[in-house]
Ligand binder design. Structure first.
Ligand SMILES: Cc1ncc(COP(=O)(O)O)c(C=O)c1O
Length: 376
């Protein structure tokens, strides 16, 4: 039987809620299900404001607009991340400064941040890779001392914690993803978490095409008009209905993923120790979100052969992120081979195993068995 890398199917009342949204007569943005998702996220995380967006990419775009990023500003980005983390700021004219990652958690290496700060630096964007928290105490301290904003890219980390506090609640803002590969999904979707209450009013405007329509709907103004730059960042309530059904299953989804993660760890740890393969590192200060399970193989050749070996048995595994500084865009900003050696190495070594909300014990057994049979 083939084993999918991801299987984004309903896990609860998704279809029922979508039918309800369709029958409600409100299928554009900010309908009843969007409000339920906002309230859910605000209550669960204790954030002052959560706004659903059409993607994490768009939540990051909004963050860059809200911080007033200007051409020539610099932004500190981990080299090992998705393009959206950096694009949001480059779209506003900023210059990305790529900083290498820690070899253990694969998160932004907090010890390298200060050396990358110049008089033009405005923002640091920690990415909680695999939903394992960055060293937020150190990062927040550096940001405060240098007057920098922190925007957390928490695409992977909903409900993960660092020192007992939810990821996404440290920076001035944080971006969540509800893409179909994430723990909670609406196919495509995201949210902007706003921890700095002074940004909320403008965030609503930017999200509503630069108009004060949200205030109009609340009866706070008698007509709405163009007041700022912005775009259409709010999802249809049909998508919010799907997402709300997933969020409602928080406990079940997270328990399933925790169990699946531990099954891989238990099944593979002795093998890994004997083969120079590394499993994910979870520091004691971090409660991870159980977003993914990956292996770090000894080198590119072994990684590629393992992916092919698993593929030959119908098991779909994937690599992740090429070093941003070596992409065409990264090179145009001056990136050169050797700038971020940890990212360059890890990007060759990493393989993600099938991991999703409906993964079964039998499927995991197949994956583990196939890995144990892999010849180096
Ligand atoms: C770290 C990170 N940030 C942002 C994104 C973009 O998310 P979305 O597809 O919701 O725009 C991704 C995508 O997986 C990601 O891995």
């Amino acid at each position: 039987m083939p084993v999918d890398f991801n299987r984004p199917l309903p896990v609860g009342r998704e279809l029922e809620y979508i039918a309800e949204a369709l029958q409600s007569g409100h299928i554009s943005g900010d309908g009843p299900f969007t409000m339920k998702c906002h309230a859910f996220l605000e209550n669960a995380l204790g954030v002052p404001k959560a706004l659903l967006t059409t993607s994490c990419t768009h939540a990051l775009d909004m963050a860059a607009i809200l911080l007033g990023i200007q051409p020539g500003d610099e932004v500190i980005i981990p080299d090992f991340t998705f393009v959206s983390t950096v694009n949001a700021f480059v779209l506003r004219g900023a210059r990305p400064v790529f900083v290498d990652i820690r070899p253990d958690t694969l998160n932004l290496d907090e010890c390298r941040i200060e050396a990358a700060i110049t008089g033009r630096t405005r923002v640091v964007v920690p990415v909680h890779y695999a939903g394992v928290g960055c060293e937020m105490d150190v990062i927040m301290d550096i940001a405060q001392r240098h007057g920098l904003a922190v925007v957390e890219d928490n695409a992977h980390g909903l409900f993960g914690k660092y020192k007992g506090r939810y990821l996404g609640t440290f920076g001035r803002m944080a971006a969540q993803s509800f893409h179909e590969t994430k723990n909670f999904s609406s196919g495509e979707g995201g949210a902007l978490l706003i921890n700095d209450a002074s940004l909320v009013e403008r965030a609503e405007i930017v999200r509503e095409k630069g108009t004060n329509r949200s205030r109009f709907f609340r009866g706070q103004v008698d007509k709405y008009t163009w007041v700022d730059i912005g775009s259409s960042y709010l999802p249809s309530d049909i998508l919010a209905a799907y997402l709300y059904a997933q969020l409602e299953q928080r406990e079940r989804i997270q328990a399933h993923r925790q169990n699946a993660w531990k099954t891989y760890e238990t099944g593979l740890k002795d093998w890994a120790a004997g083969k120079d393969v590394r499993l994910p590192t979870i520091p004691p200060d971090c409660e991870q979100s159980y977003h993914m399970f990956y292996l770090l193989m000894p080198d590119l050749d072994t990684r590629q052969r393992l992916i092919a070996h698993l593929g030959g048995r119908g098991i779909h595994s994937v690599f992740h992120y090429l070093p941003l500084h070596l992409s065409d865009m990264g090179r145009s900003f001056g990136g050169r081979a050797g700038d971020c050696p940890v990212t360059e190495r890890v990007s060759d070594q990493l393989v993600r195993l099938p991991f999703h909300n409906l993964l079964t014990g039998d499927e995991q057994e197949q994956v583990i068995e196939a890995i144990l049979e892999f010849e180096f």
